[in-house]
Design a protein around this ligand. Structure first.
Ligand SMILES: Cc1ncc(COP(=O)(O)O)c(C=O)c1O
Length: 422
């Protein structure tokens, strides 16, 4: 969780030059805190390792969709990979050029498609023949032409957890390889569809290059086959999925990935798109939480935080582990074993089991690391807990980029029908 932008300074954990303890004092806890410069650095690093094939880097907005986060990437020339009208609106508001937006997802509605056409979205990745026909209908209705990539399912297993593996045959994603030609033929015949290429996205939190190589072989082979049959395949969207080391694993092998792209994809002379999400933002974020109290049983010592599974779903959803550290280093020596949990009434509301930390007291601040991706975006209001505010730090400046919602406003959304009396 530590890097050049997240470090202890005089025993206090800082994001860039801002003290987390001071931010927590002003903002309250729990709160998400992000490093502006870390996000920028991550993008520039990716751009540099991919320089030999200069892809469009379309940031997968689902990883962290705060407009202030997307805006950093927009300023650096990123595109966006989006899956809903909300994500389109966030991306455009953040300053992403419409032509650099890729609209993905198996369930785009007609309304969303028409909204996308109205805003000049650059590419539509389609995942079924039915969707292709719906897209054509929306394009006709709005008098637009849709640039379409056919997302194929390469039948490759990948990803850090079965729930985020998306490229196996039984998965809902992509068009089976054997049906890809049917999709291309339909695309070529439909009046308002312009077939531009193919796409794949095999999963998320992938730590190894091997599944990418398998998927690239499949998509390259399909490209050659389709071209021989006269179809135009000018763009290959290679998806995202680059994993990050949550638990002392080795870094994702970007050099080997780039070699694979150069060897298997570049010779096809296509425009390349990649869709990273997690790798751009995960290590830029921390969830800062305060210990509500400690609790000891004969078997365990619990540190009960004011953050919970609804604020950070990854441990409960994927059995994910996140690094944890006290915001202020304790002076006294020694280490104890702690189960670090939230207040929600489920055993899955556990951030770490038997975690080694020094003596912890109630009211102490704890930072949960690597939470810039799939943290705030997966959060919900379970147990009527308001969503967590988000803060952006740049140097020694910081700003709340999404305030904590007001509980009264949340409650006022519910309406008792006037006929509900017994
Ligand atoms: C179509 C698509 N592209 C890109 C991504 C981003 O994946 P990651 O955050 O692992 O890079 C996802 C997420 O699962 C996705 O569904």
């Amino acid at each position: 969780m530590f890097n050049e932008d997240i470090q202890y300074v005089s025993g206090e954990l800082c994001v860039e030059n801002a003290s987390l303890a001071r931010i927590a004092e002003k903002t309250g806890t729990p709160c998400y805190v992000y490093s502006f410069n870390r996000i920028k650095r991550n993008f520039l690093e990716l751009e540099s390792v991919f320089a030999s094939f200069s892809p469009l880097i379309a940031y997968a907005v689902k990883a962290n969709s705060n407009i202030a986060v997307i805006n950093i990437l927009a300023q650096l020339g990123a595109g966006a990979d989006v899956v809903s009208m909300g994500e389109i609106r966030r991306s455009l508001t953040a300053g992403i050029a419409p032509g650099k937006v890729v609209f993905s997802g198996v369930g785009k509605t007609g309304t969303e498609m028409e909204f996308a056409f109205g805003n000049g979205i650059g590419q539509y990745n389609i995942e079924s023949l039915e969707e292709l026909h719906d897209l054509n209908a929306a394009a006709v209705a709005t008098r637009r032409i849709a640039n379409v990539a056919v997302r194929v399912n390469p039948d490759v297993a990948a990803g850090g957890h079965a729930k985020i593996s998306t490229g196996r045959s039984p998965d809902k994603f992509g068009i089976p390889l054997a049906m890809a030609e049917d999709a291309c033929r339909a695309a070529a015949e439909l009046s308002n569809i312009n077939l531009t290429g193919l796409g794949v996205h095999i999963g998320s939190q992938i730590m190894d290059v091997a599944p990418y190589v398998d998927a690239f072989r499949v998509i390259a082979c399909k490209t050659v086959e389709l071209r021989e049959k006269g179809y135009t395949i000018n763009t290959l969207d290679l998806g995202g999925g680059f994993g990050i080391p949550y638990d002392n694993e080795k870094k994702f092998p970007y050099a080997a990935y780039s070699d694979a792209v150069r060897e298997l994809i570049q010779p096809l002379g296509v425009r390349i798109i990649v869709e990273p999400g997690r790798s751009l933002v995960a290590d830029a974020g921390l969830l800062v939480s305060r210990a509500v109290r400690t609790k000891e049983t004969p078997l365990r010592k619990f540190l009960i935080l004011d953050a919970a599974m609804n604020d950070l779903m990854r441990p409960a959803l994927y059995d994910a582990t996140h690094p944890l550290a006290p915001v202020v280093m304790a002076d006294e020596p020694g280490a104890e074993l702690w189960d670090i949990v939230g207040p929600v009434c489920e055993t899955s509301d556990t951030f770490a089991r038997q975690h080694v930390m020094k003596r912890q007291d109630r009211d102490g601040l704890v930072a949960i690391g690597l939470t810039g991706a799939y943290g705030a975006t997966l959060a919900n209001e379970y147990n009527s807990r308001p969503l967590v505010p988000e803060v952006m730090v740049k140097g020694s400046e910081w700003k709340v980029i999404r305030p904590r919602p007001d509980l009264a406003e949340i409650l006022s959304r519910d309406q008792i029908p006037d006929w509900s009396q017994n």
